[in-house]
Design a protein around this ligand. Structure first.
Ligand SMILES: Cc1cc2nc3c(=O)[nH]c(=O)nc-3n(C[C@H](O)[C@H](O)[C@H](O)COP(=O)(O)O)c2cc1C
Length: 169
């Protein structure tokens, strides 16, 4: 018998898929960019992951429905800000449609003008190296030009739709 050429249709509902994915605890990031006109862009994303050490590559994925898609697809740089455990309010704000996301937010401008948020546990300044359209998301692979971290910072964690902080075993 020849091996199947395509997957079987899913045997589970969308809520079951979401609930299973939610068992994978992640950190929380805000991915930021600045347009040529100076407009600040940012959204909360937990799809961040490492890809390669040499060259230094990371990935994250963006919904095709995201308002920020055009900016991230067309721009040369973005920054991935890994949030600390006292930045939950920022995570919520940068996930909310229609919110004034940048009011009161302090940052420096990194590579390509991408905002580096003050207080982040770590920052990765990325060249927008490649993009892969898959399903309802686009996977972005970034080449890290600069990174920094706050030694000893406690990360913000996300699991099952709720925020946590670390609890060493
Ligand atoms: C914890 C958390 C993680 C999220 N991760 C992602 C993600 O990885 N990719 C994504 O496209 N949206 C993600 N979202 C949803 C976006 O933050 C949200 O849809 C946002 O409004 C998109 O902004 P935009 O439409 O201005 O681009 C996440 C939301 C939360 C609360």
């Amino acid at each position: 018998m020849s091996p199947p050429r395509q997957a079987q249709p899913p045997s589970f509902s969308a809520p079951e898929f979401r609930a299973a994915l939610g068992m994978f605890a992640t950190g929380v990031t805000i991915v930021t960019a600045r347009t040529a006109e100076g407009q600040l862009i940012g959204l909360t994303a937990n799809s961040f992951n490492s890809v390669s050490l040499a060259p230094p590559l990371v990935l994250w994925s963006l919904s095709r429905a995201a308002a920020s898609m055009a900016v991230f697809s067309g721009g040369s740089h973005y920054a991935i800000n890994v949030l600390a455990n006292d930045q939950k309010a920022l995570a919520e704000r940068f996930a909310m449609k229609g919110a004034d996301r940048w009011t009161g937010v302090t940052f420096d401008l990194g590579a390509g003008g991408a905002p580096l948020l003050h207080g982040a546990a770590a920052t990765f300044e990325c060249f927008n190296r490649s993009r892969y359209e898959e399903g309802d998301h686009v996977i972005f692979v970034g080449e890290v030009e600069r990174c920094a971290h706050r030694h000893g910072a406690s990360p913000l964690l996300f699991h099952g739709g709720r925020y946590f902080t670390e609890h060493p075993l």
